[in-house]
Design a protein around this ligand. Sequence first.
Ligand code: ADP
Ligand code: ZN
Ligand code: MG
Length: 492
Amino acid sequence: MATTPDTSVSALARYEPVIGLEVHVQLLTASKIFCSCSTRFGDPPNSNVCPVCLGLPGALPVLNRKAVEFAVLAAMAINCRINQTSIFARKNYFYPDLPKGYQISQYDKPLAEHGWIQIPAGSGTKKIGITRLHLEEDAGKSLHEGFPDSQEKTAIDLNRSGVPLIEIVSEPDIASPEEAYEYLTRLKEIILYTGVSDVNMEEGSLRCDANVSVRPRGQKEFGTKTEVKNVNSFRFIREALEYEIDRQIGVVESGGKITQETRLYNPNEGKTYGMRSKEEAHDYRYFPEPDLLPLVVDENWQQEIRKTLPELPEARRERMIAEYGITPQDAQVLTTSKSLADQFEAAAKAAKNPKRVANLVQGELMGRLKAKGLEIEQSPISMKGVAFSADLTESGAISSKMLKDLYDLSFERGKDFPAVYDEEGRPQQSSDTSALEKIIDQVIAANSKEAEQYRAGKKTVIGFFVGQVMKLSKGQANPQLVNQLLAKKLDS
Ligand code: ADP
Ligand code: ZN
Ligand code: MG
């Protein structure tokens, strides 16, 4: 059980948290950033390696064009300015999973700068600045566990060495763990829409380091920050920040000083632990990578890339709300992934009445999914199925009661709407006038008081009669037709 410390309200009234996030995202290129080795996840250890990504002497890097295009696209999606010329640099440090002894990254001339994304905050929104987005290569992976003889060993898998990454560094604009959570959620969604990464935290294609400090409210200067590394879910990052803010306030309140250090979060305990202080930290001795030319992404190339930028989730939600008259919450659900939003819109546009499709998703689909604990991607009724059912109600072929019953059957059988509709023999609501007239006569005879009221001018009573006729027809009657026939009978 995580025991998140109680950040007392009074302490937070006196202290202000300052948070900046560094996010690494793996790009979905087929090959690595400086060689032609495959980036496939889950292959046997050390099977996707060559002299370049093994760091053998004399091997020379060749930049992957696709990685550049993906990085530029991501940068555009988060409103960054692209630098026409950026420079690769060597970041020197020793670690067993880094065979070259340096990582090729970008330093003082990154690919892109000055971006922002919008997050919900309070009842409105807030812009979080993005300092920079740069390209770099990933390191290999050390495996410390899982040896059959339970000996203390470390194995190295260099398949990940040289996989392309972008690092996205935020401004220290984030003012609470909740805002950090929102920032990460939005950022992940935007990147997913661009298609440059699958941003899968389990497979390590999205990683986040969280920097946090506190300062007395009203103070201009930042406090000393700590950096929480290797946290593997957005929820844990929020928890780690809550703990860390509380801890730092505690230290400052008791007259202590925060040491600038890297800390690790233990989700089982809900606590962070110091890992290494800045004094022990590396001096990376950055210098320009002599084996690579400056990267030039000129105006033309930028324009070409910008053409491939899809409509992004926030803009899409706004448009869908206006176009289909759906609620913001439903727009949120329908844009969970780009493919779901595409499916919904394709189905809605092909239907006779797009708004009816949206209404059915809201009115009939969501509730049933929730009751079954299903995500919309797991729905037995596809967006095409919803559109099909919408057309049947639109044309009057089935009543809304029949539609509800067919939806229930779809969920019971785990089959899409058109299949169940076929299995049920393509039922039609009754438009058999003479059969309906019989029912109507019956109903009027049995409710003479209401018939009087109607004839005396209380026209709304017709709703009562429609209800009775629908009931007797077991929901099979066409309500419009019933209405029409009833009015004729009662008026005569
Ligand atoms: P470093 O040189 O230690 O890596 P940077 O200046 O590159 O620090 O910043 C790294 C991240 O930390 C950025 O996201 C930045 O917004 C954030 N940051 C910088 N200073 C602070 C601070 N005092 N408190 C919280 N976050 C900070
Ligand atoms: Zn290689
Ligand atoms: Mg830094």
